[in-house]
Design a protein around this ligand. Sequence first.
Ligand code: DQA
Length: 154
Amino acid sequence: MAHKVLILNGPNLNMLGTREPAIYGATTLGDIEANCKAHAKGLGLTVDFRQSNHEGKLVDWIQQARGKANCIIINPAAYTHTSVAILDALKMTDLPIIELHMSNVHAREPFRYHSYVSPVATGVLCGFGADGYIMALDAAARLIAAQTSKQNKK
Ligand code: DQA
């Protein structure tokens, strides 16, 4: 069975393509989802790609990932900078977690410098636009392969 990567997207990312294109580019979330699914196929992975504007929905999805997904890629969007609830939900998963941002949050307003998610992330990617999703999938494939080889040695 193919390993599964859960890709979660937070608020306003459904507006990609029209939302602040100078920062986020012209690619829509639908385009990103299609690109992720095609790229994942080449890596032998399946992708469950979701977006919500609601914090509790994202928390539900993180809780449900336990035992179902092999890695979580999350662009928590604005909740990155505010959400203890998402941090606590992520703490309960024993999965590798990749925190992803399209923009370089460290080159923007100071309120974007702090992330509640980073302390529990395996790694953080930011500043590569829509390509970041592809890079995150490559990282996920490597993390899952490392975990699988560790388990096989047990
Ligand atoms: C974002 C960066 C966040 O600061 C912002 O609130 C977003 C998107 C990014 O992908 O660059 O909504 O996560």
